[in-house]
Design a protein around this ligand. Structure first.
Ligand code: GCU
Length: 511
C-alpha cells in the first residue's frame, strides 16, 4: 500500500468510528419531555419557588371576579418606570446616553424578567424557495413565493423547525419595494389557475380519461360539445375590510408594497404544552425552560428576524424599509419584534393589550395575573413571579416589574411605530385597555423626541393624557396612534398606516 492509500484508509476508519459514536450519542439523546400546559406551568412555579399565584380576573363582566373597568381604580401603581432615568438614578440627557447606556439596560431587563432571552446557541436557518406562483391581487400582478427556513437541528434531530413564509411582491415594480411582514397563516393569497388554451387542453385530457373509464360517456360529450367539465372560477369580489375598504393585502400591493405572511406556529406553538418543542424546545434539547429562557412572543419575534434575513438577500426588496404587523397576541409579537430587532423600520401594532402596548401596571381588563396564569408560554418563566401570592421570595405584583410598556414602545424609537386599536362596541374589548396603551404611547414620546423624532403631541404627561376621539389619529410623528371605529382588527387603519409610512420613507404608490 502506498502512504497515500494508507492515509486514506485511516481517514475512512476514523470517520466511520466518529459516525458510529455520533449516532450512538444522538440515539441516546432523550426524546423531548411531554408536558401538558399545566404541567409546564407547575414545573416553572417549582423552579421559581412559587407556591401560589393570584388568579387572573374573569373577562365576563357578570362574573363575581370580573376584571376592573372602573377608571378610578385603574392605576394602583401610578408611577411607571421612567425610560429616561437610568437604574442608578442618572438622567438620560443625550441620544448617546440612550443608545449606549439606557437602551441596553431596558433590553436586558425585558429579556431577563419579561419576555426571556434569545439563547446565544440558537442555530442557523437556511432558506429555500419551494414554489413560485404568478398571481393577481386585485388588478396588481404579483409574484408569490412559498419559502421555508429550515433550522439546523444537528444538535438535537428529534425536533425539526421549518419556518414557513409566503413572500408576495408586486411583479412589475421598477425598484426595490417596501415590505410589510404580517404574522398569520402563510397561504398563497390568490392561486393562479390555468385559463384559455391551457384550460382547453385540460378539458380534452379530462374528457378522454372519463371516456376511457366509461365509454358510454362518449355519447354525452358528443351531445354537449361546448360543455367543459373543468371551468375557470369566475372573478370573486374580495371580502371587504370592516370599514368597507379593500383587504390589507390588496391595499399594500396596490400601493406598491410587498407583503410577507409568516406563520408563527411554524416557529413556536401558541401553547404551553409546546414549550419543549419548536425553536425553544430545539435549543433546550427537548427539556423544559429555565426562568430566563424565551417565551413564545420572543420566539415569534426571532422567527420574524430570520424572515428579514431572507428578505435582505432578495434584491426586489427594499430591506431598509421592512415593517412588522400583527393583531392581538400577534400585535404583542409585532411590538416585541420591533423593540428588539432594530433592522425593522416600522411596525403596525394591532390591538395588543397586556404584554403589548398596555401598561403592565394598569388594573383595567386583562391583568398581569392573566399572563402569569393561562398564557405563561408567551412570557419568560421569570415573569410568573409578578403574579405570585405565596413564594419563597414572599409575593410580588405588577408594581414590582422593573420595566413597563412605555419603555417597550421607547425601544422602537426613533423608528416608525403605529399603535392601533378599534372600539369595544365593535368587539375590540375593554379587556385590552385602550387608555393604558395610550398612556404608554404618550410617555414613550419623550424618547422619540430625544432622538430627534416626533411622538404624540399631547398636553401634560401620561397620567392625565386622554385618548383623542375615535378616528382622530396622531399621525404627524414617527410614533403614531389611531383608534378606528371597527373591531378587533387593524384593517381599518391600514390605509392610514400606508400613507403615514410612505410619507416618512419617501415612497409613493405607482402611477
Ligand atoms: C385573549 C388574551 C389577550 C390576547 C387575545 C388574542 O384575549 O387575553 O392577551 O391578545 O386573547 O390574542 O386573541
Amino acid at each position: 500500500m502506498t502512504v497515500f492509500k494508507q492515509n486514506l484508509a485511516l481517514i475512512c476508519l476514523i470517520s466511520i468510528i466518529c459516525g458510529i459514536i455520533g449516532s450512538v450519542a444522538l440515539a441516546q439523546a432523550p426524546s423531548p419531555v411531554t408536558f401538558t400546559a399545566d404541567q409546564d406551568h407547575q414545573n416553572m412555579m417549582d423552579q421559581l419557588g412559587i407556591k401560589a399565584l393570584r388568579p387572573g380576573p374573569s373577562g365576563n363582566e357578570n362574573a363575581p371576579n370580573h376584571a376592573n373597568y372602573d377608571e378610578s381604580k385603574a392605576n394602583p401603581y401610578p408611577n411607571v418606570p421612567d425610560p429616561l432615568i437610568m437604574n442608578d438614578g442618572q438622567k438620560v440627557t443625550t441620544p448617546e446616553m440612550w443608545w449606549t447606556k439606557r437602551r441596553p439596560e431596558i433590553v436586558e431587563m425585558y429579556s431577563k424578567y419579561v419576555y426571556g432571552r434569545v439563547p446565544s446557541s440558537v442555530p442557523k436557518v437556511s432558506w429555500t424557495v419551494n414554489t413560485v406562483d404568478h398571481e393577481m391581487i386585485g388588478f396588481t400582478p404579483v409574484i408569490a413565493k412559498d419559502v421555508e427556513g429550515v433550522v439546523d437541528n444537528s444538535s438535537y434531530p428529534a425536533i425539526g423547525v421549518h419556518i414557513h413564509m409566503m413572500v408576495v411582491l408586486p411583479a412589475r415594480a421598477n425598484s426595490p419595494v417596501p415590505v410589510l411582514m404580517m404574522f398569520g397563516r402563510a397561504a398563497f393569497p390568490n392561486p393562479n389557475e390555468p385559463s384559455g388554451s391551457d384550460l382547453d387542453m385540460i378539458n380534452k385530457a379530462w374528457e378522454s380519461v372519463l371516456v376511457k373509464e366509461d365509454p358510454s360517456l362518449k355519447e354525452i360529450f358528443e351531445q354537449h360539445p361546448a360543455w367543459q367539465p373543468v371551468k375557470g372560477t369566475p372573478f370573486q369580489f374580495p371580502q371587504l375590510n370592516e370599514d368597507g375598504g379593500l383587504p390589507n393585502t390588496w391595499q399594500l400591493v396596490a400601493a406598491g408594497w410587498g407583503f410577507v405572511l409568516i406563520d408563527p406556529g411554524s416557529v413556536q406553538a401558541d401553547d404551553g404544552a409546546g414549550l419543549t418543542r419548536g425553536i425553544i424546545g430545539l435549543v433546550n434539547k427537548g427539556q423544559p425552560r429555565k426562568p430566563e429562557d424565551w417565551g413564545a412572543l420572543r420566539a415569534w419575534a426571532w422567527g420574524a428576524g430570520r424572515g428579514l434575513d431572507y428578505l435582505e438577500a432578495d434584491p426586489a426588496v427594499d430591506a431598509k424599509h421592512v415593517g412588522i404587523e400583527g393583531v392581538s397576541r400577534y400585535g404583542k409579537a409585532a411590538l416585541v419584534t420591533m423593540a428588539f430587532d432594530q433592522r425593522f423600520a416600522m411596525v403596525l401594532v394591532g390591538s395588543s393589550g397586556k404584554g403589548g402596548a398596555t401598561l403592565l401596571r394598569r388594573n383595567f381588563g386583562e391583568a398581569v395575573e392573566s399572563l402569569t396564569g393561562g398564557e405563561h408560554h408567551w412570557m419568560a418563566g421569570n415573569f410568573l413571579k409578578y403574579g405570585a401570592s405565596d413564594a419563597t421570595f414572599g409575593s410580588m405584583t405588577a408594581g414590582n416589574i422593573p420595566v413597563d410598556s412605555n419603555e417597550l414602545i421607547a425601544l422602537c424609537a426613533p423608528r416608525l411605530t403605529f399603535i392601533s386599536y378599534g372600539i369595544p362596541a365593535k368587539g375590540d374589548a375593554k379587556w385590552l385597555d385602550h387608555q393604558g396603551s395610550f398612556m404608554a404611547t404618550v410617555d414613550a414620546s419623550r424618547v422619540f423626541t430625544l432622538l430627534g423624532a416626533k411622538g404624540l403631541a399631547v398636553e401634560g404627561d401620561y397620567r392625565t393624557a386622554q385618548m383623542p376621539p375615535v378616528n382622530t389619529g396622531f399621525l404627524d410623528g414617527q410614533l403614531a396612534w389611531r383608534q378606528h371605529d371597527g373591531g378587533h382588527t387593524d384593517a381599518p387603519n391600514m390605509k392610514y398606516f400606508i400613507q403615514w409610512a410612505d410619507k416618512f420613507i419617501g415612497h409613493a404608490p405607482p402611477q
